[in-house]
Design a protein around this ligand. Sequence first.
Ligand SMILES: *Cc1c(COP(=O)(O)O)cnc(C)c1O
Length: 715
Amino acid sequence: MKSVGFTPVPERITRLVEIAYNLWWTWHPEAQELFQRIDARLWEDVYHNPVLFLREVRQSSLDQAANDPEFIRAYHNTLTSFDEYQVFGQTWFKQTYPDKLNKPIAYFSAEFGLHESLPIYSGGLGVLSGDHTKEASDLGLPFIGVGFLYPQGYFKQVITPNGDQEAIYVKVRFAEVPARPAYTADGKEVVVSVSLPARGDLPDRQVQAKVYQIQVGNVPLYLMDTDIHPNAPEDRELSARLYGGDEEMRLAQEKVLGVGGVRALRAMGIEPAVFHMNEGHSAFLVLERARELVAQGMTFAQAAEIVRKTSVFTTHTPVPAGHDAFPFHMMDRYFPHWHESLKLSREDFLNLARQDHGWGPTFSMTVLALKMSGRHNGVSKLHGEVSRKMWSWLWPNKSVEDVPITYVTNGIHTETWLAPELKALYDQYLDKDWVLRIDDQAMWNGVNQIPDEVLWEVMNQLRARLVNFVRLRTRQRLTRLRMHPNDIQATVDLLNPKALTIGFARRFATYKRATLLFHDTERLKRIVYGGGTRPVQFVFAGKAHPRDEPGKNFIREVYHRSHEAGLAGHLIFIEDYDMNVAREMVAGVDVWQNTPRRPLEASGTSGQKAGLNGSPNFSILDGWWAEGFNGKNGWAIGSDAEYESEEARNHADATSLYEILENEIVPAFYDRDAKGVPHKWIKLVKESIRTVAPQFSMTRMIKEYTNNLYVPSME
Ligand SMILES: *Cc1c(COP(=O)(O)O)cnc(C)c1O
């Protein structure tokens, strides 16, 4: 495999190019180490992007690696694993459903969070899609992803000296990401077109989307981009950014995602047996599929029945305003004549997704997806309940409990999120084939075999690594801001690598209540000071949506608190939360804190990443933690009581938070034996790993989706 613009790779190590172009490397640390060994500094400078790395690396570094026997040994070992993986051994799916291998599952998502070097995700939804894709590959599902390759992706966050969030969009050059054009069976690049209505100076027109392929293990992702000739400049911007633009832009994007996505699969001759809509953004795909079937001679009712039987829909949002819905007059413009193609009246067409609000009827993507899919689910047990209540009006003849919305609780892709230092311990103390049995609860009892002092040593290393990471990031920020050299120098002893470290990283939406911690600042100051001998420190990170002013105010408050006397040095905000920051944080902190307003956290997954890495959760019993907490593997903040007001609830939850910190968390962490090992603490850590790792793994999750949703839809 050769690529233009690469430094010529010596023959002996030429397959590095193949590794760079398969995101398999993102969950195999040994593959990442190959690039790191060649030039560790460059690996950091290109932000762990192997394609960019191979464009920038010096010829002499490659030559040196090619002549280093140790490098060659590591290279061959990695390629052996890579080849074994690709050859599709006895995967779970192949063993369980040998007759279903030719029934592709097409998974549509507006974002895919695969790695920090591919910024086409904004947060939890995208990371979930990325993890879903990786696990589908690991388990051998006949799986295909469909989405967008956003040239400007999601924004990079910088914080000004005043604590304001600024959003910076960096244009990604596709030659620098592991994307290649997708091809039709007869060797042509895949370009699909979707009609869009006149707007401003633009006439009615066809917008073209070029399709790229990104390989994730054995799973192909097909990602569309409209930044091509001959689209008008406005249309070239259509897929530029994730969740950018106004309502028109959003409707246009969603039409391209759903309708264009189906056309892209058709152009490549792919006939999915199941279509999975991950959130409502892609729901227009059901209209395109029904249109195809009606064009073949069916009535709408017949077409709809087939579409329903073969469609799965996952809803993620317990907040009504979080569901996309468009006014009817916009639908008339964006889908003119569609009711005729579907052999429906205009009213019946619009009623497919009608949701009435005080201000009038809208076409709701969630309603469309719920009505036109046969199987639908929420993303945790509690979120399933909330969703049944929220959408029960669609099933007027059923009681709320009988509303047909089930749940599959989210999970995480273990190998993506597990720190390599801990993986080495698990390799040593768990069963040899543990990676193939991640959802086997009994297997994880092996964690209890790890000697306390050995596990503690790794916890200390990981915390120290996080502290170094925070220092480096802070130094880079202050340098960028041209701060005084003394301030920059002072970052060398920012935070304390031995102090109890609590992580809080998430989207700064107000319901997540990032500032609950500051409810009683004086009490918090006493806690972080810890009498001088039992200090506590907090690491914060997270982005607010650029148009979410209250969310940005929360960031400002956290930022200002981090400079307040009594908190400074104990509280730090790291810029630009992304998968890299997340990985460092979930591995390095001792405790993972989350304070959503119940039941607004549909699931959450960051706490699952922390739990897997030996950081017990300290959270409101919401989302996944309502299922995960067992009384011994972390702490529950607050209660599920009803409160008269939001203030009363915040007060009760904050009081609970301080009490648990003072009476349970701090004492357990600092209760040491003669050698400094906190046995009580390590017991909690082990219990967290043992219970969270199997139950909240993507392995468990994908098996549930397959057994309960995908396979029944194939039959
Ligand atoms: C895991 C992850 C999320 C999801 O976190 P929750 O707050 O638990 O929903 C969001 N963003 C990034 C970068 C992540 O890695």
